[in-house]
Each structure stands twice: as C-alpha cells, then as structure tokens.
Design a protein. Structure first.
Length: 288
C-alpha cells in the first residue's frame, strides 16, 4: 500500500514517506502509521467502499470539531487513488496515555457535545454505520426519523439478506406500530457521535480524550448513551461526570433497549445471526 499512500500524500504536500507500518484500524479498514519529515499521519484505506465512506467520516469529525465541545483528530484530506480507485483518509496521528481524570473529562465533554443543538433530527445526505449506508435527510420528528430511517431501514436490509423473515419480521413490524408508546416525538436535538462504543474514543497527550470514527447525526442524546451501555467500555466515573452536566430522563431505562435495538439490527446485518437472539429478546420484551 505504500505507493498508493505516497501518491495520496502528494495531493496534500510534497513529502516522502520515511516510515510506514500497519496498525489496528477497526473491523473494516486497513490502517497505517505514516511518518514524513514534518508530520505523523494515521491513514485509513478501504478497498470495498466508495470515497463517500471516508467523506462522511471527515464530515462528521468536522461537525464535532465545530461544536468546540470535545477533541477529534484533524483531517488532512480524503483521496481516491486514480489507478486502483481505493479511497484513503489522512488524519492526525493521536497518541497518549490515560490520566486519572480522563474518564471524567470524556463524560463532561461528551455531555457538552450533546448540549450542542442540531437543526432537526437525522442528517442530510449519505451516512454510514459500519459498511451499511443510510441515504437520509433531516426530519422534524425524532420518532419518525428513528422509526423510518433507522429501525425500518435496518429491517429492510435484513429482509433482503434473509436475516429478518417470518416471526422475527412480524414482531418487528408490530414493534414499529407501537413505537410512539416509548420513543419521544420531539426531544432536544443533540449533536451525536452516532457510533460511540469503547473502541471509538482514544487518549491523546496529557490524557485528553478524542472521539474517532463518528457516524454523525442529530438526535436524542439518550440514543447515544444507550449504545455506550450495550457493549461496555465506559467506567462509572464517565457516567457520573456525564450525568452531572446532562442528566438522563426518568424514562431512560424504559426505552434504553429500544435504542440499543438499532445497533443490534445493524450488527445482525453486518455480522450475522449471533446477534439475532438479542434482537428477538428486546422485541419480545416490548410486544410480547
């Protein structure tokens, strides 16, 4: 990949690569540490995705940065190799160790991000969760957006992949019909990271937390917080700090699993039936 990365780097600045090696880049991307004479880079490539995949990530990082609430890596450019058509994302290299107060800072700054109000619910244009693409727009109703552009969209993907059919499909449709029982129509519209599990934040110099790999949207902040609880990776200190700035509603525990359902459906569609039991359990809880 070095020649491809070198060509992409030249679109940013005329520098030769002095060091390059592969690093962990998540489940779906190839990732590299790259050092030139003047700069260190984190570079991601994906042979299977369109350049819009990284353009959306860059757009999300920019939107989070503009709130001034929490750190994100600087984006130096999105490129597509003309010969291979492989898209690339060039970002700031972030490296550091957690300090005693890192979790508290993360909680407080995430709450500050969520207090940054959006113009509606959803996002304008293409967005991705993992490799799955949503082609959505802003809605006036959070309930409508979450039901139609999030849950129903994942159900349709599952139907096409045969992971959702029969009784599972029937029960999910029953749930959508009753969703207004639990999901608010017009909560505060918050700026959300959108894919905040324990692997999508990291620590920079001085123990400062950074958010990475966003799936940006405007929505109910409880949607984000529900996902942080689904797979773990966040300490009680993080939650205490968050709640001190932006408390959750008394109804949060009632609808938490409905917000987790979206992510479980997406994982079912991306990774298979190992997530099917969790989907079925949540649906049974709400519609019997």
């Amino acid at each position: 990949m070095k020649p491809i990365i070198q060509k992409g780097l030249k679109q940013i600045q005329e520098e030769q690569i002095q060091e390059i090696h592969a690093v962990t880049g998540g489940d779906i991307n190839e990732a590299y540490y790259v050092r030139t004479k003047h700069q260190e880079y984190f570079v991601k490539l994906n042979k299977e995705m369109d350049v819009s995949f990284f353009e959306f990530e860059a757009e999300g990082l920019s939107a989070i940065r503009q709130t001034g609430a929490i750190n994100v890596p600087a984006v130096y450019g999105v490129q597509k190799d003309k010969e291979t058509q492989i898209p690339m994302l060039f970002m700031e290299w972030i490296e550091g160790k957690k300090e005693n107060n890192t979790d508290e800072i993360l909680g407080e700054r995430l709450a500050a991000l969520h207090l940054s109000e959006g113009p509606g619910f959803g996002w304008e244009g293409k967005s991705y969760i993992g490799k799955l693409m949503h082609d959505n727009h802003l809605h006036n109703s959070w309930l409508t957006y979450y039901r139609d552009a999030r849950l129903l969209e994942q159900i349709k993907i599952g139907q096409s992949q045969k992971s959702i059919s029969g009784e599972r499909n029937k029960q999910l449709m029953r749930l959508l019909e009753k969703l207004d029982t639990w999901i608010p129509n017009n909560p505060k519209s918050s700026t959300l990271h959108g894919d905040l599990w324990g692997g999508n934040w990291m620590t920079g110099k001085g123990g400062v937390p950074y958010l990475i790999d966003p799936s940006i949207l405007f929505g109910d902040h409880e949607f984000e917080m529900a996902f942080t609880e689904l797979f773990g990776g966040f300490s009680q200190r993080f939650y205490d700090a968050y709640h001190s700035v932006f408390p959750l509603s008394p109804e949060y525990e009632t609808r938490k699993e409905l917000y987790q359902l979206y992510y479980l459906l997406a994982h079912l569609n991306m990774f298979g039936e190992s997530y099917g039991g969790s989907v079925d359990r949540i649906v049974r809880k709400y519609v019997g």
